[in-house]
Design a protein around this ligand. Sequence first.
Ligand code: IMP
Ligand code: MG
Length: 182
Amino acid sequence: MTKLHPDVSSILLSEEDIHEIVARVGAQITEDYRDKNPLIVAVLRGAVVFVADLLRAIDCPCEIDFMAVSSYGNDVKSSGVVRIMKDLNTNIEGRHVIVVEDILDSGLTLSYLKDLLEQRGPASVEVAAFTIKDIDGYEPPLTPRYVGCHIPNEFIVGYGLDYAEHYRNLPYVGILKPEVYS
Ligand code: IMP
Ligand code: MG
């Protein structure tokens, strides 16, 4: 039985749930990119846990590179401002790129990143989001090709997702107690 962190009110995705998501998305990518040697672009830091598992669930030649962006600071709401803190080392001209992110909330970060990468002449750019936050009446600016799962409009932590850089190490995804960030 997984021990619940005291700042977490409940577990949204257990280790078993996560394992199933990773296997399914990995199989989809394998099928779609078998002869394409895709470049997996992990968005630091939140995607690092997901991408490490996903990479091992992809059963075809592929490469990995990293980008770091900053959109939130230590807050829980998007500022809408995306800053590139670390760019790719790989030239993506003519490459098939898959951007891997931990969560799509407003979608501002991912749509900004996708536009930026598309300006560099890649063969294709698709997005794999581990989670999508469903917000009533809100239509995100981008629909990822690969989606781990949809989650309710709560602040979640664990499996790479942080609040103020903490909780990334939790092996499950849990809902952060509101009193922790309010
Ligand atoms: P967006 O630009 O609003 O889609 O925000 C994307 C980024 O915000 C993610 O990469 C996360 O770093 C952060 N974020 C949004 N919602 C959550 C959450 O519920 N928990 C942890 N981080 C989140
Ligand atoms: Mg974050």
